[in-house]
Design a protein around this ligand. Structure first.
Ligand code: ANZ
Ligand code: ZN
Length: 861
């Protein structure tokens, strides 16, 4: 009896699948299509088994759908532009292109042995000119369609790297790479006009029924719709041209609690004052040295400066409020100016306490009239409160009602109007970087900004660049930017900004439908393959990547690159959990942790020691696998030792796919032993010949047949429901049922063949090499990749007994397990003998017993 040898079997089947070009997807209108996609990886280096979990999930879906008769598209590529490549270039002298391509080769070589059913002929990398040239074509079309803007905006500026930072790259006010305090600068930048689509993007979230609710909520919050009042204050003492100050509030019901007005340091009024007031200039400059993110402003200490200007309260001409410049007011939200109500806004309260400004309560809790001291009173807008100082009518009501009244009041009296605002800002895509997609426009002295001609695309990156980590290498390049104007033919300069790498990943799913087309998409292929039926990826991309992709899908519809039906490009989204592992650390002389790879450690029940020195090792709790903590396992090590299928089986077992799963040596060995056990059972079993008709089955054979058909039913439902761990658990049970079945005879030989055939087909999505080998061993000449999913026989899959609830006088008092086909009389008799029912009857005779077969028994006394 030979052992199952994954090391020989796995490459063999991979070669056979490749020979058969089994995974190359071709449009075929006669078959339903299924597009499954895992978020494509960034080629940062080697992958660890943690990365493989979502590819395996995608593969389970892909192989299952293929067996269900779908024409499956399951592509893979690389999100290959980005900063780490430039950093590697600076640190190690490698060209970003070389570094990236080397990593891609390594990762592909790590992925291939996993036996994923990927159509590698569609592979793309966003750093290929073939890809980014089409992105440039798309940009030009979007420019023509009015979806692109060029405008001045305040950005985070890293003074050391001389570059713009995204908000996410600003950590505690410092550049993520340099640690230098970030400054604010105004630059002319390229934007995608995503904020114009805010309403549409928000409303469409309701239709994303197969997305996790938490992701939908995150998207909604990011878009951030609010309803409020916009109105103008008259100013007193302001420079000419600033007689009016427009403010936005979401709490117009608190107008009577106004304590002061505040403007952003970037507000035009602040800029006007700064010109001839050094104190204001110095204060604004100080504010500008902070990042622009809301989060950051939230955390920063509140600071302000009284401008000496006042505004007139709209409800009382004699009431004048001072105007402050405040660091917590953002220029790009609302109007960049507010009135502040310290009693009901914590930021305003902190500010008021610091600068001795009044705190005026507008409302209190309904049954507790405590006034505000250190904590602003901000109950949810749906909660009823008692208004004590308001123009909206005093008394008990919730904020929403009061706000509606306040807006109506302002509109009636004519001092303001109700408006809807969105938090979502336009998407700034300009980066002063080398390793990104060049923005395909030209600056001409005569004609201004001119898009490049499509015939001249791609605008390729130069290969010879000097990367120093500061400034923009494209701008420094001696010749690259020199070109001629596409319009007038005179000498002109190329745009040297490259695109945010989020652009690259916002349409790759569409490109996969025709990755070599000489337009961004091939409309016919896109119409056939779109949408992505199942998208799988990390929840860390729940906001930006998905929102940008949703914007791009709409932009591509408007520019004719996607069909109308693709506005929401991802029908279903699944966010997978992480793979975790214990950490192992020793201490250096200074007491700092030194992390060790699991393979460097000898781990027993009692503890762990370093293999090399025997030194004791501190074991940390399982956390997400990461290079920095070294708690990673290389897939090739597992494949070498146990085979890819063992790894695949393990990462699908134990935990629901949306939750984390802990990688343990014992768990992996358990997975390996299971495959060996099934292999051994199949070898030992006496099986009927192919195509033998079902003989009359004795009880043992019938029990096994029932187990088989229940397994088919169950595993099918589990995979459909993304409960891969349940499918795995069910297959363990099924193997036990096979093992339990004793005896011999034609009926058992038949039942066993049926069982193993089902086992191979049901295991196939998870452990495809093993399943193919088992299938072949059962005597099949065709491969499982071409074999249909098994169908359960409903009669066999059904449970023989069912549970019936018993009610006495309408209250549930017990349960009855009865044969599925039990007759009414028999059920009635059993129900009256049921101990709980006997107790409730207390010796009385029932007036009536109503049996609804298959549903319920009602006893009336
Ligand atoms: C008066 C008021 C009273 C406010 C009160 C809040 C509470 P949401 O609801 O999150 O959209 N605001 C408006 N523009 C701002 C800006 N550019 N920078 C900083 N803060 C700004 O926030 C809207 C509220 O945030 C607005 O309502 C305004 O303060 C402030 F008890 O006006 B409120
Ligand atoms: Zn020109």
């Amino acid at each position: 009896m030979t052992r199952y040898n994954a090391r020989e079997v796995e490459p063999k089947w991979q070669a056979r699948w490749n020979e058969a070009r089994a995974f190359e997807a071709r449009p075929d209108p006669s078959r339903p299509k299924y597009y499954v996609l895992e978020m494509f990886p960034y080629p940062s280096g080697r992958i660890h088994v943690g990365h493989t979990r979502n590819y395996v999930m995608g593969d389970v879906v892909a192989r299952y759908k293929r067996a269900r008769g779908f024409n499956v598209l399951h592509p893979m590529g690389f999100d290959a532009f980005g900063l780490p490549a430039e950093n590697a270039a600076i640190e190690r002298g490698l060209h970003p292109d070389a570094w990236t391509r080397e990593n891609m080769a390594v990762m592909r070589a790590q992925m291939e042995p996993l036996g994923l059913s990927i159509d590698w002929t569609r592979e793309l990398a966003t750093c290929d000119a073939e890809y980014y040239g089409q992105q440039q074509a798309l940009f030009i079309d979007m420019l023509a369609a009015g979806l692109v803007a060029r405008k001045a905006s305040v950005v985070n500026w890293d003074p050391v790297d001389q570059t713009v930072l995204a908000n996410e790259q600003v950590i505690d006010g410092k550049g993520w790479r340099t640690g230098a305090p970030v400054e604010r600068r105004e630059l002319t930048q390229w934007f995608f006009r995503i904020s114009d689509m805010a309403e549409e993007l928000l409303d469409a979230i309701d239709g994303l029924e197969q997305w996790p609710e938490k992701v939908r909520t995150m998207q909604r919050n990011w878009i951030g719709r609010s309803r409020g009042l916009q109105f103008t204050f008259e100013t007193r003492g302001a420079p000419a041209g600033h007689e009016a100050l427009e403010v936005y509030t979401t709490r117009p019901d608190t107008l009577m609690g106004a304590s002061f007005a505040a403007i952003s340091p970037d507000h035009p009024l602040a800029r006007a004052l700064e010109k001839d007031n050094p104190e204001i200039a110095a204060f604004c400059a100080e504010c500008r040295r902070m990042g622009t993110s809301e989060e950051e402003l939230e955390k920063a200490e509140k600071k302000g400066l009284d401008t000496g200007i006042t505004v007139v309260h709209p409800l009382d001409p004699d009431w004048h409020l001072p105007v402050w410049i405040a660091n917590f007011v953002l220029m790009d939200y609302g109007t960049g100016a507010i009135f502040a109500v310290p009693a009901h806004d914590q930021r305003d309260l902190d500010f008021a306490r610091k600068y001795g400004l009044p705190v005026i309560d507008c409302y209190t809790a309904v049954n507790d009239d405590t006034r505000v001291t250190d904590t602003a009173f901000v109950p949810p807008k749906t909660e009823a409160v008692r208004f004590v100082n308001t123009h909206t009518g005093e008394g008990v009501m919730d904020a929403n009602e009061a706000i509606d009244r306040a807006i109506a009041h302002a509109e009636e009296k004519g001092y303001g109007r109700g408006v809807t605002k969105y938090r979502l800002r336009d998407w700034g895509i300009s980066r002063q970087r080398y390793w990104g997609c060049p923005i395909p426009v030209v600056h001409c002295e005569e004609c201004g900004v001119v898009p490049e001609r499509k015939a001249n695309l791609p605008v390729r990156l130069p290969e010879d660049v000097e990367l120093t980590g500061s400034g923009n290498p494209l701008e420094r390049h001696p010749t690259w930017a020199r070109t001629t104007c596409p319009k007038c033919g005179e000498p002109a300069r190329r745009e040297t900004d490259t695109m945010d790498t989020f652009v690259d990943s916002s349409w790759y799913f569409a490109r996969f439908t025709a990755p070599r087309a000489d337009t961004p998409t091939d409309p016919e292929a896109a119409a056939y393959w779109m949408n992505v039926d199942q998208y799988i990826g990390g929840v860390e991309h729940a906001i930006l990547h998905l929102l940008y992709s949703r914007f791009f899908a709409r932009a591509m519809i408007r520019t004719g690159h996607l069909p109308e039906t693709a506005a929401e490009p991802f029908n279903a989204l699944f966010t997978q959990g992480m793979l975790t592992h214990e950490t192992y650390a020793t201490r250096d002389a200074a007491g700092r942790e030194v992390w060790h790879l699991p393979e460097e450690v000898s781990r027993t029940e009692a503890g762990a020691t370093l293999l090399a020195s025997g030194a004791p090792v501190e074991i940390g709790p399982p956390i997400k696998m990461s290079k920095s903590k070294k708690n990673v396992i290389a897939p090739e090590d597992i494949i070498e030792q146990f085979g890819a299928d063992t790894a695949r089986w393990f990462v699908m077992s134990d935990s629901p796919p949306e939750r984390d799963v802990e990688w343990t040596a014992a768990g992996v060995e358990g997975a390996w032993r299971f495959l060996q056990r099934v292999w051994r059972l199949a070898g030992e079993a006496e099986l009927a010949a192919h195509g033998t008709p079902a003989p009359d089955c004795g009880p043992a054979a019938l029990a096994l047949r029932k187990a088989t058909h229940k397994a088919i039913d169950g595993v099918t439902a589990d995979i459909e429901g993304f409960a891969f761990n349940k499918a795995v658990a069910r297959l363990y049970e099924f193997a036990n049922a096979i093992q339990r079945t004793a005896g011999e005879g034609p009926d058992l030989a038949f039942a066993r063949r049926e069982a193993f055939e089902a086992m191979a087909r049901l295991m196939n999505p998870m452990v495809p090499h093993f399943a193919e080998e088992l299938w072949a061993r059962l005597g099949h000449e065709t491969m499982l990749v071409d074999t249909a999913w098994p169908e359960a026989d409903a009669a066999l899959a059904r449970d023989d007994t069912i549970l019936l609830p018993i009610q006495v006088n309408g209250k549930k008092r017990g349960e009855l397990e009865v044969a599925r086909d039990a007759g009414k009389d028999a059920i009635e008799k059993m129900a009256l003998d049921e101990p709980n029912v006997v107790r409730f009857l207390e010796g009385r005779a029932p007036k009536k017993v109503i049996v609804v077969p298959g549903r319920i028994v009602n006893v009336v006394v």
